[in-house]
Write a protein that binds this ligand. Structure first.
Ligand code: DQA
Length: 147
């Protein structure tokens, strides 16, 4: 089995299951599955394994973050709307104690005022925002650098 350090968990928050049909002018036309294919192809090049999950449920995301250190060396997370509301996810990232990279497809600083605040940013290694699907790929590269 591959060492857990070489495994990266990619987490997606609420409504990201709708990518491709949800506000394509903001989030693009790729589905989460298509983005997943690009992520897996980069992961292969970088010699790491990725597991990609999505949930619309805050508690499930918290559970996955809590469990991550047993299997993964780092987390790339698009917390979606929970970015702007979830103290629970922030606390889970602190408790997990492995590097987390926050990513967003859109540039959260160019949009509504309520999106400018992230509960996650202060506990992430860093934040990548506004590069579309590339945000995931840049996030994966950043995570690999943190292993
Ligand atoms: C998002 C930005 C969030 O503000 C929004 O709630 C999302 C997606 C992004 O990837 O651009 O659902 O995280």
């Amino acid at each position: 089995m591959m060492a857990k350090k070489k495994r990266i968990l990619i987490l997606n928050g609420p409504n990201l299951n709708l990518l491709g049909k949800r506000q394509p002018e903001i989030y693009g036309r790729l589905t989460l599955e298509e983005i997943g294919r690009e992520i897996r192809s980069l992961a292969k090049q970088l010699s790491v394994t990725v597991e990609i999950r999505q949930s619309n449920n805050e508690g499930e995301l918290v559970d996955w973050i809590q469990q991550a250190p047993a299997q993964f060396g780092a987390i790339v997370i698009n917390p979606a709307a929970y970015t702007h509301s979830s103290v629970a996810m922030r606390d889970a990232i602190i408790a997990a104690g492995i590097p987390a990279i926050e990513i967003h497809i859109s540039n959260i600083y160019k949009r509504e005022a309520f999106r400018k605040h992230s509960y996650i940013a202060g506990v992430a290694v860093g934040q990548i925002t506004g590069f579309g699907v590339q945000s995931y790929l840049l996030g994966l590269r950043a995570a690999v650098e943190c292993l």
